[in-house]
Design a binder for this molecule. Structure first.
Ligand SMILES: O=C(O)CCC(=O)C(=O)O
Ligand SMILES: [Fe+2]
Length: 203
C-alpha cells in the first residue's frame, strides 16, 4: 500500500477505491437514499444548507428547528438503513479502530454546494478517527488546525479518495470550498457524494 499523503495531519489515501468499487458504492448509496431520502436542512441561523444529507447506521445527523443532533430515526420516521458492507470494509482496512462505526453520514453536493469550515465535534469518541470517502465530482477540501484562525491548506478530493481525520487532526477545522460540477463521469446526474464514518457512542 502506498503511504497516504499528509494534509495538516489528515491522511489522504488517493484512489483507494477503483472504478468498479466506486460504482458499487454508488448503488449502495442510492439504496440508502431510497430508504432514508436526502434532506435539505436549515442551519441554526436559518440558512438552508447547500449540501443535502442522509445517513446509514444506528445514528444519523438531523437538524430540527435549528437544533442539531444524532438521532436513531430519520426525519421520515424509520430507523436508518444499515451501513453497507462496501463502506464498512474501507473502515476495517484503514481506520485502525477495533469496532465498526455507528454512523455513516452521507452528503450530496450538487452544483454550487459547499461546506464551510467546521470541526466534527459532536461524537462521543474522539480517539476514533472520522473516515471520509469521496465519490463523483472532484472537490477542493480545506484543512486547518485546531483553532479556526489557524492557517489552512487545500487539496483536491477525487472520486475514490479516502481521507482520515485521526490522531491530532481528529478535531481539525475542515471544509469543502467548491466542487467541480461535471468533473467526473461516476454520477450521470453530476455532483459529489461524501460518506463519513464515525464512532458516535463510546461503548
Ligand atoms: O464532504 C467532505 O469531504 C467533508 C464532509 C464533512 O466535513 C462532514 O460531513 O462533516
Ligand atoms: Fe466535517
Amino acid at each position: 500500500m502506498t503511504p497516504p499523503l499528509d494534509l495538516n495531519g489528515v491522511a489522504l489515501h488517493k484512489a483507494w477505491l477503483d472504478r468498479p468499487a466506486q460504482e458499487a458504492m454508488v448503488e449502495d448509496v442510492r439504496a440508502i437514499a431510497r430508504a432514508a431520502p436526502f434532506q435539505r436542512y436549515t442551519t441554526a441561523w436559518g440558512k438552508p444548507m447547500t449540501v443535502r444529507m442522509t445517513a446509514a447506521g444506528r445514528l444519523g445527523w438531523v437538524i430540527e428547528r435549528g437544533r442539531y443532533r444524532y438521532a436513531d430515526r430519520h426525519p421520515a420516521g424509520g430507523p436508518w438503513p444499515p451501513i453497507p458492507d462496501s463502506v464498512l470494509s474501507v473502515w476495517r482496512a484503514l481506520s485502525g479502530w477495533p469496532r465498526d462505526p455507528d454512523s455513516c453520514l452521507v452528503n450530496f453536493y450538487g452544483e454550487g454546494a459547499r461546506m464551510g469550515l467546521h470541526r466534527d465535534e459532536d461524537e462521543g469518541e474522539f480517539a476514533a478517527p472520522v473516515l471520509s470517502i469521496s465519490l463523483g465530482d472532484p472537490a477542493t477540501f480545506r484543512v486547518g488546525g485546531l483553532e479556526r484562525r489557524a492557517p489552512t491548506r487545500s487539496t483536491p478530493l477525487e472520486s475514490g479518495d479516502v481521507a482520515i481525520l485521526g490522531g491530532p487532526a481528529r478535531l481539525a477545522y475542515h471544509g469543502v470550498d467548491r466542487i467541480r460540477f461535471g468533473g467526473s463521469t461516476l454520477l450521470p446526474e453530476g455532483g459529489r457524494i461524501n460518506l463519513t464514518l464515525r464512532v458516535v457512542t463510546s461503548a
